[in-house]
Design a protein around this ligand. Structure first.
Ligand SMILES: Cc1cc2nc3c(=O)[nH]c(=O)nc-3n(C[C@H](O)[C@H](O)[C@H](O)COP(=O)(O)OP(=O)(O)OC[C@H]3O[C@@H](n4cnc5c(N)ncnc54)[C@H](O)[C@@H]3O)c2cc1C
Length: 395
């Protein structure tokens, strides 16, 4: 018989879906991740993205109709992360890059792009950070200068203005899936207003003239790169939402995705804990299994307790988002903060319990040790989450 369903447990259908996702990840996605990206390390694994589309998983984060369910997103990320972090991240990046379009795009923009995103035929990216604007995203500098209005015969005319579009000039940095993505959500400064109010979100196809970029070699295994905009043309049809409303688009997108970064972290913590429990049960030292050493068993108990607490915060934030409850910025920040810090602790402790073998290239924990670090920095560093929570306490 199923345990009683409370707001703090998953129902039978959700548990079955999570089991199915883990099996899909292990059997269908893990082999594609192991084969590596056809373009080599650090490039986008397009067969993996296509498989996520064919399995119908991308359609859950980029649905044809209706809003994205934060709970679905979290269950997907937590389940996939337990078996294949590469698939988890590829799925999350498609969702992150396309979410502004999904939620604020026009019917025409959505019809043009979203079916291809959901099918995994095109790869998306979310381009907010810049070399001089990371945590302080509202200080971004990418310029959207009004383009000259066309004169008679299509040549440059005397006037300029939003009706004729803009030219993007500047740089983005640390952008996941750059420079290979087919479609970018780009945040640029359209007005002289300082801070958040002069920022607009644009849809920029990867083949627009003037757009170039380079891959960056990073500790985390997914592709990350820079983008350079040299007068990239964008028109009114490329604006996502309102001119000047881009910062809200970015922040509300992060409200949805932050708990799910926590879910990714919980998935990694669960995988590390499972490995540590198995190893401590099998490895013998001082006349018995490691688990019989109290120092080890108490460490396992602490890892399990913190992982459970992180999972609950993530589920609570997701449920609260889906219910449209107030205080989502605070709850999202708490979930991301606690889960990513917990996963770092759990993975590190699991490495310790394994000893040298965990540090060997190719070991699950060696992989998780590299994966677990970046989520404490991206989508708002731990300290930024604390700043959000503290601000909300005085609101
Ligand atoms: C693997 C990876 C993938 C990424 N993918 C993307 C992406 O797809 N799109 C995108 O736009 N960006 C992406 N980023 C960039 C990421 O969002 C930024 O790195 C992050 O916002 C932090 O900015 P920064 O690195 O410039 O650090 P800084 O802003 O320079 O901050 C450095 C450190 O200062 C401290 N700090 C900063 N602000 C505060 C504060 N208010 N209070 C207390 N301490 C503070 C924190 O410890 C912080 O880590 C990615 C980063 C990584 C590592």
């Amino acid at each position: 018989m199923d345990p009683v369903t409370t707001p703090f447990t998953l129902d039978r259908e959700q548990r079955a879906w999570c089991a199915e996702l883990r099996a899909l990840a292990a059997e269908k996605l893990r082999p594609l991740a192991d084969e590596g990206a056809p373009g080599g390390t650090g490039s986008v694994n397009r067969p993996l993205v296509a498989a996520l589309g064919e399995l119908g998983l991308l359609a859950r984060v980029v649905p044809a109709t209706g809003p994205v369910s934060a709970m679905d997103l979290c269950l997907l990320r937590e389940s996939l992360a337990q078996e294949c972090t590469e698939a988890e991240t590829a799925l999350a990046l498609q969702g992150l890059g396309a979410h502004p379009l999904l939620r604020w795009g026009t019917a025409g923009q959505r019809a043009r792009w979203l079916p291809d995103v959901a099918a995994g035929r095109i790869v998306t990216a979310f381009a907010l950070s810049e070399p001089e604007a990371g945590s302080d995203a509202a200080s971004l500098r990418l310029r959207a200068d009004p383009a000259p209005a066309p004169g008679p015969g299509g040549g440059p005319g005397p006037g300029s203005g939003p009706g004729s579009g803009w030219r993007l000039t500047g740089e983005k940095c640390w952008i996941s899936n750059a420079p290979e993505a087919d479609l970018y959500t780009v945040f640029a400064r359209t007005g002289p207003a300082p801070g958040a109010s002069g920022i607009t979100a644009f849809l920029v196809p990867g083949d627009r003239p003037g757009l170039t970029g380079s891959p960056l070699e990073m500790l985390s295994p997914h592709p990350v790169g820079t983008l350079t905009f040299d007068g990239v043309p964008v028109g009114p049809d490329d604006v996502i939402g309102e001119v000047g409303g881009g910062f809200t688009v970015a922040m509300r997108t992060l409200d949805l995705f932050r708990p799910s970064v926590g879910a990714f972290a919980v998935g990694m913590a669960r995988a590390a804990l499972r490995a540590a429990v198995a190893h401590a049960g099998e490895r013998h030292a001082f006349g018995g299994p490691l688990k019989d050493l109290q120092a080890v068993s108490h460490q396992l108990a602490e890892m399990a307790t913190r992982t459970e607490a992180a999972a609950l915060l993530v589920l609570a934030a997701a449920a609260s988002y889906d219910a449209g409850e107030p205080g989502i910025a605070r709850r999202s920040a708490m979930a991301k903060l606690f889960a990513t810090e917990t996963a770092q602790y759990v993975v590190d402790a699991a490495v310790q319990i394994h000893g040298a073998r965990a540090l060997r290239r190719g070991h699950l924990l060696e992989h998780l040790y590299r994966e677990v670090r970046a989520p404490r920095v991206y989508e708002g560093a731990t300290e930024v989450q604390r700043a959000i929570i503290a601000k909300e306490l005085y609101r």
